[in-house]
Design a protein around this ligand. Structure first.
Ligand SMILES: Cc1cc2nc3c(=O)[nH]c(=O)nc-3n(C[C@H](O)[C@H](O)[C@H](O)COP(=O)(O)OP(=O)(O)OC[C@H]3O[C@@H](n4cnc5c(N)ncnc54)[C@H](O)[C@@H]3O)c2cc1C
Length: 183
C-alpha cells in the first residue's frame, strides 16, 4: 500500500530501520504493517518546542482586567496526545457562551484534566527524568493493563477513548465496572 508521495525520499536507512523497529514493538501489528509498506514524503522534522509547559497564570495574586490568556499560551501539550485544540475549543465555547467570571481560574479548570493526563502519560516513558509519585506509578501500571484489555474488550476501549477525547473525566477509567473488566 502506498500512502504518501515518494517524490522526495531522503530518510537515512538507519532512521527508517529505527522507525520500523519502534512500530514493530507496538502492541498491535496494524500500524507496523501499514508503515513498513509506505514510502516517506520527506525528512523527519523535530518539534520546534520539545516540552510540555504549563504557566500558572491562574495562581497570580492579581491579573490584568480584561486580559485573557488561552490556547497554547498558558498550557502546551505534547502533540501526540492531541489535546491542545480540544482544550482551546472548550475554552472558546465557554467564551462564546459568555459564562460568567472568565477569570484565569475558570480557564485553569479547562486544563486540569488534560494536564494530569498528559503528565501521567509522559512519565510512562522511562527516558523522562522526574520523580514519580506512587499514584502516577500505580496509574501508569494500571493503564498499561487497561490498554491490553482494550484490545479485546469494547467497553474498556470505549471508556478509554471517552477519557482521551475529553468527553468524561479521567477518573472514570477507575470505575469498578472498568476495573473489573481490566483485571
Ligand atoms: C505536530 C502537531 C500536531 C498537533 N495535533 C493536534 C491534534 O491532533 N489535536 C489537537 O487538539 N491539538 C493538536 N496540536 C496542538 C494544536 O495545534 C495547538 O494546541 C493549537 O494550535 C494551539 O492554538 P493557539 O492559537 O493557542 O496557538 P498557535 O496555533 O500556535 O497560534 C499562535 C499564532 O501566533 C503567532 N505568533 C507567535 N508569536 C507571535 C508574535 N510575537 N506576534 C504575532 N504573532 C505571533 C504564530 O505564528 C501562530 O500563528 C498539534 C500540534 C502540533 C505541533
Amino acid at each position: 500500500m502506498k500512502i504518501v508521495d515518494a517524490a522526495n525520499v531522503s530518510l537515512n536507512e538507519w532512521q527508517v530501520a529505527g522507525f520500523l523497529a519502534a512500530a514493530r514493538k507496538l502492541s498491535t501489528r496494524e500500524i507496523y504493517e501499514v508503515v513498513q509498506a509506505a514510502e516517506p514524503l520527506g525528512d523527519p522534522v523535530a518539534y520546534q518546542f520539545p516540552a510540555i509547559v504549563r504557566r500558572r497564570y491562574d495562581r497570580l495574586p492579581t491579573f490584568p482586567e480584561g486580559y485573557l490568556v488561552m490556547g497554547d499560551a498558558p498550557c502546551s501539550f505534547n502533540p501526540i496526545f492531541a489535546q491542545g485544540m480540544t482544550v482551546a475549543a472548550l475554552e472558546a465555547e465557554a467564551l462564546a457562551q459568555g459564562r460568567s467570571r472568565l477569570t484565569p481560574r475558570f480557564f485553569a479548570r479547562a486544563y486540569d484534566a488534560a494536564w494530569q493526563t498528559a503528565v501521567g502519560a509522559e512519565l510512562a516513558f522511562a527516558e523522562i527524568e522526574s520523580p514519580r509519585p506512587p499514584l502516577i506509578r500505580f496509574l501508569n501500571w494500571y493503564i498499561t493493563r487497561l490498554h491490553r484489555a482494550a484490545r479485546c474488550d469494547a467497553q474498556v476501549s470505549i471508556a478509554f477513548l471517552k477519557v482521551i477525547n475529553m468527553l468524561v473525566p479521567p477518573p472514570s477509567i477507575l470505575h469498578p465496572r472498568i476495573l473489573w473488566r481490566v483485571f
